[in-house]
Design a protein around this ligand. Structure first.
Ligand code: NAP
Length: 339
């Protein structure tokens, strides 16, 4: 069983780069390590925080409990059917490295999600999505330790109840499940997802009319590198707000007042607004407030300029939410989990 490490710095375990500590930490490198959490008397009465890459979390301060650091590695092909290959990947594997490795093996399907920071185990929690693809579209099942029921469970997409940047895991809270591995379903009949303007433009700039998986991967990597801050250089947790979904009637009314407003119709009849656009229109892009700022190229991303604490980020987020609500009548929802 892995050991309990006291007074553990979480600086390298959250992409915002907040310099906070956990009373204890334990690294989980196997399912057996995870199961041992259930029977360890020291852990029984302590709050627990499961951390993968810490890429979608705001730590408000020191954590008075045990941080469980997910280090479960490995990737193996577990089967195929007429339509798809199935690959199981350990929750502690790096997301982007896994996407790249699958592509190298000639099994594409996740390339629109290239360069998303974090681990494989974190991907189902918020159903990561980018450039027209959601993880849920390539998902088969997850193995997870249910800390309340005290057993390992296998959950399919229905049980995970994926939504827009959302899942049952997020709603259950950060202490309920430890995701151990994720099995993906990669379609044998690969089709490019190239509808987003940035991707389409990148392909057309390179004179690519029939993109191969590698072309999509390269385009997404180039776009993200150009537009989004690298957490290794500038602390951030990716998009800080979800794109709001509003009714078609509310959209029509808003569009009359704000003719330049862009909306994306959804299958349920609602309309998705671009949160970044709303924030930009309220004048926040590039705004600096002490140690925190709104990224100068992407208004959806809040950054730690150095030495910031979680409460400063949340205070700035609140001001942004207030001004967007005042101007557009839309309440933005925060995307990362707040601890
Ligand atoms: P963008 O291209 O500037 O577009 C702004 C928003 O409009 C996006 O959030 C996107 O929604 C929506 N959108 C654009 N084209 C669309 C289309 N053809 N159909 C439907 N919706 C469309 O977006 P961006 O901010 O640079 O981000 C690019 C992609 O990376 C987006 O998919 C975004 O979600 C993703 N991303 C995610 C994170 C994260 O932390 N979760 C961080 C950065 C970027 P969607 O967000 O629903 O795609």
């Amino acid at each position: 069983m892995s050991t309990l490490i006291p007074n553990y710095s979480l600086l390298r375990h959250n992409t915002f780069g907040f310099d906070v500590r956990a009373r204890f930490a334990r690294v989980l490198e196997s399912e057996a390590d995870a199961l041992a959490v259930l029977t360890d008397p020291q852990l029984a009465s302590m709050p627990r925080l499961v951390l993968g890459g810490g890429s979608n979390v705001v730590l408000r301060g020191d954590f008075d409990g045990c941080a469980l650091l997910i280090g479960i590695k490995g990737r193996r092909w577990v089967g195929e059917d007429a339509n798809a290959w199935y690959v199981e990947i350990g929750a502690g594997e790096n997301w982007h490295d896994s996407v790249a490795a699958l592509l190298d093996e000639g099994r594409p399907g996740l390339e629109n999600l290239a360069l998303i920071p974090g681990t494989v185990g974190a991907a189902p929690i918020q159903n990561i999505g980018a450039y027209g693809l959601e993880m849920a579209e390539r998902f088969a099942y997850v193995r997870a330790l249910d800390l309340v029921r005290g057993e390992i469970v296998e959950l399919d997409a229905a049980a995970c109840a994926f939504g827009y940047r959302d899942s049952m895991f997020k709603r259950a809270g950060p202490g309920r499940f430890i995701i151990l591995s994720v099995t993906f379903r990669l379609p044998k009949a690969w089709r490019a997802v190239a509808g987003y303007a940035d991707v389409a433009q990148a392909l057309s700039r390179n004179n690519i009319s029939v993109p191969a998986p590698r072309d999509i991967f390269d385009a997404v990597v180039a776009i993200r590198r150009a537009k989004l801050p690298d957490p290794a250089v500038c602390g951030n947790a990716g998009s800080f707000f979800k794109n709001p979904l509003i009714t078609a009637e509310a959209y029509a009314a808003l569009k009359q007042r704000e003719p330049e407003l862009v909306g994306y119709p959804q299958s349920d009849g609602g309309v998705k607004l671009a949160a970044g656009w709303l924030i930009d229109r309220c004048g926040w892009k590039g705004h600096i407030e002490g140690a925190v700022a709104v990224h100068e190229r992407q208004a959806l991303v809040l950054v730690n300029r150095g030495g910031a604490v979680g409460t400063e980020v949340l205070a700035l987020a609140e001001k942004i939410r207030h001004s967007v609500a005042t101007r557009f009548g839309v309440r933005l929802e925060i995307e990362p989990v707040i601890v």
